[in-house]
Design a protein around this ligand. Structure first.
Ligand SMILES: CCCCCCCCCCCCC/C=C/[C@@H](O)[C@H](CO)NC(=O)CCCCCCCCCCCCCCC
Ligand SMILES: Nc1ncnc2c1ncn2[C@@H]1O[C@H](COP(=O)(O)OP(=O)(O)OP(=O)(O)O)[C@@H](O)[C@H]1O
Ligand SMILES: [Ca+2]
Length: 507
């Protein structure tokens, strides 16, 4: 083995992402049946060093494996262990102390079990100390992070749950960070301070799209290993305001119309578990409501990449690196009159995807070419169309066809946007409508769509990362790289990776 110096150790570390190392003394070996034979055959005192490492498996999954080295010389063995432990301790990006929140009610209600059985043993093996809080009610984790948590004591925060639970952590951490920086979260033009603590996600929810889109799989062990090796992935966050009042942050999907209605309907069916989304999805597809309003947006300027690119955001993404925040970045003033675009119409869905929103239901996501950390969001407008056409659009989320290549769908890469539902529009806007469309036509339309007529509703709700927003008129702004995850982005085709499968030792 000859692991005498650090230069010989580093290739091993980089290939196998060394996790931990421990010495198995003779007594332990006796207890382990698979090593008993070795011990019996060996006449002299035997020491073993067990090195745990990460092995890449299929479909972006990672597993923990171990290799045991034996040596007759106890002293030499101890020096290997000392050298390796020293190397591990020198990796400052690895977390040593984690604050963990478990949502016992997310997804299939397996969060507690998943953590205890699959994750806690790995953290213990990697010598990570943990403070675990099982949440007792919604917003428990958010409020604890906002005010009570002693964040200085930790190197990261981990949530065991779904996108809603992740959203709680994001809200708590961002709020706390802005308060510590004396910033006003109610001002949409404020340049927010990025959170220093990284967030880990152990997927145990219903969609888990943030985990899926940043790791490539929803697997608790894989996520735990990304936390242990100290990965870091910055992520954009949208702030949502209404009349200069802060409402929420969004990192994945902000959807009005179809996805808002699906969420509203599905919340009443939480008892069904994850299948509630399919049930409500089918129901809302058949209901086929459309909504009128005005979307105005600031297109992303000076960035590389478009929502129709074939290239995807992957680990070490060059688009994200190029488009990241510039030192002089400040909020672009939002005057739609001189630099924004405005679209008025009837929409089945208005979606803003700040990342791909890939998930097991749609492995390429709502906006397959969206980027995790480029400071933009993809604004997708699905205009009123037939059920058949909408089905074609939806189906394309599940196959290789381009869901934007339809004449009723448009997509824009933006840094800010606003939505105003039609019935909230100002009198002057309505007057403009009258002029544009003619009196008879507009009154006929208002009557057809007005809720008092008992027909289609005039308003939908916003689905903000799986939470329902109470306001329909909103102002959205992207904050580039506001948070960091214990992830590295989806790795390029793992199946073709040279290190996949059984390790090949290079000595
Ligand atoms: C024919 C099959 C079409 C399948 C189309 C699948 C498109 C799926 C796109 C999923 C995008 C998820 C974006 C992530 C959002 C999360 O922040 C949020 C919180 O976890 N999850 C949801 O809101 C949960 C949203 C879940 C939405 C599920 C929609 C299911 C639609 C089913 C339509 C069936 C029509 C069948 C007609 C015969
Ligand atoms: N102890 C608790 N009791 C009830 N609700 C809770 C508790 N802890 C957290 N919550 C709330 O549960 C909601 C759903 O949780 P979570 O996101 O983990 O699962 P999910 O909705 O099934 O999954 P996904 O968001 O991925 O679709 C969150 O909005 C969160 O605020
Ligand atoms: Ca983005």
């Amino acid at each position: 083995l000859g692991l005498s110096g650090s230069s010989e150790l580093s290739p091993l570390c980089s290939i196998f992402y060394l996790m931990s190392v421990s010495v198995l003394e003779r007594t332990n070996i006796l207890k382990r049946k698979f090593l008993t034979l070795l011990f019996v055959k060996t006449k002299w005192r035997l020491c073993c060093v067990s090195v745990s490492y990460v092995e890449r498996c299929q479909q972006h999954r990672w597993r923990c494996a171990a290799v045991t080295f034996t040596c007759p010389d106890g002293g030499l063995c101890q020096s290997w262990v000392g050298a390796i432990a020293e190397q591990l301790a020198a990796i400052t990006s690895r977390p040593r102390r984690l604050l963990i929140y478990i949502n016992p009610y997310g997804g299939k209600r397996q969060g507690g079990r998943v953590y205890e059985q699959k994750v806690a043993p790995l953290f213990a093996q990697a010598a990570i100390s943990t403070h675990v809080i099982v949440t007792e009610h919604a917003n428990h984790a958010r409020d604890h992070l906002r005010t009570d948590a002693e964040l200085k004591k930790y190197d990261g925060v981990v949530c065991v749950g779904g996108d809603g639970m992740f959203s709680e952590i994001v809200h708590g951490l961002i709020w706390r960070t802005q308060m510590d920086s004396s910033l006003d979260p109610n001002s949409p033009d404020e340049t927010l301070t990025s959170c220093s603590l990284r967030i880990g996600i152990i997927p145990a929810g219903s969609t888990d799209c943030i985990c899926f889109a940043t790791v490539g799989t929803n697997d608790p062990v894989t996520s735990a290993l990304h936390i242990i090796v100290g990965d870091s992935q910055p992520m954009d966050v949208c702030s949502i305001h209404h009349n200069n009042t802060f409402l929420r942050y969004s990192v994945s999907l902000l959807g009005y119309g179809f996805y808002g209605d699906v969420l509203t309907d599905s919340e009443r069916k939480r008892w069904m578990g994850p299948v509630r989304y399919d049930f409500s999805g089918l129901k809302m597809f058949l209901t086929h409501h459309y909504y009128e309003g005005t979307v105005s947006y600031l297109p992303a300027r000076g960035v590389v990449g478009t929502p129709r690119d074939a290239a995807r955001c992957r680990s070490g993404c060059v688009v994200c690196q190029h488009n990241g925040p510039k030192p002089s970045e400040r909020a672009e003033k939002y005057e739609t009159d001189d630099c924004g675009e405005t679209i008025r119409g009837k929409f089945l869905a208005i979606n803003a995807a700040s990342m791909s929103c890939a998930c097991p239901r749609s492995p390429k996501g709502l906006s397959p070419a969206a980027h995790l950390a480029d400071g933009t969001t993809d604004l997708i407008l699905v205009r009123k169309c037939s059920r058949f056409d909408f089905l074609r659009h939806l189906l394309r989320h599940t196959n290789k066809e381009d869901q934007f290549d339809l004449n009723f769908v448009e997509v824009h890469r933006v840094v800010r946007f606003r939505f105003m539902p039609r019935h909230c529009q100002s009198d002057s806007d309505l007057e403009l409508d009258l002029l544009e469309n003619g009196k008879r036509q507009i009154f006929g339309q208002i009557c057809r769509d007005h809720p008092a007529c008992g027909c289609a509703p005039a308003y939908s709700s916003w689905n903000c990362d799986g939470e329902i927003l109470t306001h329909t008129a909103i102002d959205v702004r992207v904050h580039c790289r506001l948070i960091k995850l214990f992830a590295r982005g989806i790795e390029e085709s793992c199946d073709a990776h040279p290190y996949r499968g059984k390790p090949k030792f290079v000595f």
